[in-house]
Design a binder for this molecule. Structure first.
Ligand SMILES: Cc1cc2nc3c(=O)[nH]c(=O)nc-3n(C[C@H](O)[C@H](O)[C@H](O)COP(=O)(O)O)c2cc1C
Length: 206
């Protein structure tokens, strides 16, 4: 399978890093077209201390713990509107925007995008492919909420960066992975299923 993953300047770069690692570990994805917004490296620096300025394939591979020459990630520049993900004729499963800022969300919802992330998301919607958007902001204003509703009605899957606690996470890593597993679930990509709820009997009398 081939997917496009976009990282924007919302808080939660770690969700992007783990999603990419889990996609690769799954063995189900042959190629990941990766796009980063201009602000994404700033957030990566603030939150993870990662240097993703002037990103290229080698830098991204190092960040993900891959060998420098690994070919699974194909990195595309944000202003390259001739890149592979900008065309509907390029067959692929869909796209994930993780984390998704309110800026990118608004641009995609309006259909008036200006960069490769916006264009690739627009292509996913027009081709009826899966578009998983992981918005991150709090609180949401009415414009954010309306944009999300608009996108959901256009076929996008809105998967907010709000991890569950029912698996009793003991670390930030477990919290993050819980959300990333839900992203993989949208594409039926296998994972350890550590967070898959199998039902329980809860005695409310206790
Ligand atoms: C450290 C940091 C954290 C941010 N967190 C968020 C956030 O959680 N959600 C959001 O919508 N914008 C957030 N922003 C603001 C966006 O980066 C800003 O609106 C930017 O224009 C988004 O552009 P992009 O969508 O092209 O990445 C953050 C900015 C910084 C520097």
């Amino acid at each position: 399978m081939e997917l496009t993953v976009a990282i924007t300047g919302a808080s939660g770069t770690i969700y992007a890093q783990r999603t990419l690692q889990l996609l690769i570990e799954s063995g189900a994805v042959e190629t990941i077209n990766l796009i980063m917004s201009g602000v994404a490296p700033v957030v990566a620096q603030v939150e993870l201390g990662a240097d993703l300025r002037d990103p290229d394939s080698k830098k991204i591979n190092r960040w993900l713990g891959l060998s420098e020459n690994s070919k699974i990630i194909r990195f595309w520049k944000l202003d390259n509107l001739a890149a592979k993900p900008s065309s509907g004729s390029n067959k692929q499963e869909g796209m994930i925007i993780v984390p998704c800022s309110m800026g990118t969300l608004g641009a995609v919802a309006s259909g008036a995008g200006t960069n490769l992330i916006h264009r690739a998301a627009d292509v996913a919607l027009k081709e009826g492919r899966k578009l998983v958007i992981v918005p991150r902001e709090t609180p949401f204003n009415a414009i954010h909420l309306e944009n999300m509703l608009r996108l959901a009605r256009a076929g996008a899957r809105i998967l907010p960066a709000s991890p569950g606690f029912y698996h009793r996470p003991k670390s930030i890593g477990e919290l993050v992975d819980h959300l990333c597993f839900r992203i993989l679930d949208q594409f039926n990509i296998p994972h350890s299923k550590k967070t898959q709820w199998s039902g329980t009997e809860v005695d409310l009398e206790d």
